[in-house]
Design a protein around this ligand. Sequence first.
Ligand code: SF4
Length: 739
Amino acid sequence: MATTQNHFRTCPLCEATCGLEVSHANGEIVRIRGDRRDVFSHGFICPKGSTLGKLDQDPDRLRTPLIRRNGRHEPATWDEAFSHIEKHLTPLVAEHGPNAVGLYLGNPNVHSMSGVLYLRAFVKMLRSRNVFTAATVDQMPKHVSSGYMFGHPDLIPVPDLDRTSYLLMLGANPHQSNGSLATAPDWPGRLRAISERGGRVVVIDPRRTETAKDADEHIPIRPGTDALFLAAVGQVIFEETLTDFGHLADAVDGVDDVAAALLPFSPETVEQACGISAATTRRIARELAGADGAAVYGRIGTHTTEFGTLASWLVDVLNVITGNIDSPGGAMFPRPAHEQPRARREFVVGRWATRVRQLPETRGELPVSALAEEILEPGEDRIRGLITIAGNPVLSTPDGGRLIEALGSLDFMVCLDVYLNETTRHADVILPGVTPLRRPHYDFAFYGLSVRNVANYSPPLYELEEGFLDEWETLLRLGATVTGQGSDPDIDQLDDAVFATLVGSAVADPASPVHGRSAEEIFAATNGGRGPERILDFLLRTGPYGDRYGKEPGGISLARLMESPHGVDLGPLQSRLPADLCTPSGRVQLGPAALLGDLKRLRQAMGRSGGDGMVLIGRRHVRSNNSWMHNVDVLVKGKTRCTLQINPEDAARIGVEPEGMVKVSSSAGAVVVPVEVTEDILEGVVSLPHGWGHDLEGSSLSVASERPGVNSNRLSTGAMDPMSGNAILNGIPVEVVPA
Ligand code: SF4
């Protein structure tokens, strides 16, 4: 009888980075539970974390490449798949140029070492400007506002949850999402601790969410008006001279400009649009300014609106003008173990634009709301081939109906994914992805957003199946194939080139701890390592806590993390400004011209009444992970979750029975869905979760197709926040009638 062994790893499924204890025997998972010794999560786990084994063992998971022949996807060898790509996709690039092939990158890429470390090289190899990601249906406004204010789109402050005494939270439901753009295992516990130590949690949301129910106060707001509310809070703070710039008093530019620009947004002028009384807004402003360590935190509900970037900016304006930015208990900047020096430079957008609507590039990508038209609209420069990596844009990006049409019209499509799903069913070739238990993990993306500085490395539990390519190998081979370097390149040589570029930049950078050292010496120190682990080791050793290749004995390296299966605690967040600001001036830019200019649009929304029509918002559930975990039976069983939440008054007005069916229509499309009548949602607002709609022919998701739900993105249009290109997914006007 095999002995049960324990394997410890960080869960890569969401942003919370929980430590897991995986008990296994004989190649089978016996149990997965929270790792009580994990330095950050201390045993916390959500229902998704315990299903990693089920994902790995899912009979629907792709285990070989598939090639579409005569309308059917058939198993193929890796060599056959890459030869097929070379035969059909490579000529498109040769004939029409690199922009003829578009790239869509889904959210799971930021949860994988291969995605974070090799996609940059892959994008460079492709040389296509038609790069789209899930960021423009999610957090792009935060990147843009951080870029303008702090000089770098990834310099994002997070609420110092464990020390704050006042948290003002908008458009976030961490009880279900487990937190986003602020990494913390057990958000519910950490929020409760704020109240228990005498602090206060205030939630602003159109729904009385699970988080709102647990908070000290819930204030309902009309969807899409967060920016107005935040502007009014700021206006009160300036008007009542409650400002305090703390240790940054001499390092903030543009204060007078912002004070003047917010003048028109008094609580009285926005109360009708927001649905929040002026007295409440004034009280919140005073509470926020008077608290000893307060943070304002806005998340997806504030970003996926027509004023997403303004709302994101105003969140941090409030953090700055109340002296809470970069201060313990306020909104602080993490310092992850892999961080590398960042140069000071101007943040710019619009280095190129989409072909059809001339929508500007941001952070090297274009708004995904424009993907369908960039394929469908005729023209020599249209996208003819598409590569998707770990994404299901048919379900997760706007106007899903039009995107289905667009994908069907492509000359050739390649997907890298674990499933034959609603998007990959359109592919000519599908290359199988790797499940979490078969790959190493270090959370590059989320340690940079973590409310405490920690580092943890997880080796793979299982080896890859015989002949299976790891995702970084697939990316390098695919890049070489598409760009005419042959379908069977020397992967190690390509990998060495990626590593050499990284090392070359570091030794040439005066700010790097290895500046001036020889690249050969660093290569030699890797002991023949390869792949993501070699890069991780380099970044850790040259990072802020690194061993600097022996110069800081006891410092962090991959070897040190491998000896620490429960992670290494690097302590609470520390103040970093103004030294680590990346603006050319080295100062916080409180009033960037682009954002002040956009306030004109917001002023026009000030007098809106909300009207008589209904508007749609989204919602999250702890058992869902956007679109891709609905094939795990234990996560989808039970009561139907894809329902339209509606207020009892609205349900009575339109004449729908509890649990009856309704047709929801927008200018983009319509869906028929069961209702869930609840007083937890504001009158005039309805809510539908995203990531459902598993009823499309040609996909192979046996569990998900039994409970398909409807695709909420059939209702979203191509409309976006003009400052960031982020899709508007909240506040969509809809009509609801009994079906
Ligand atoms: S909260 Fe997120 S990281 Fe933690 S177990 Fe659940 S899915 Fe995994």
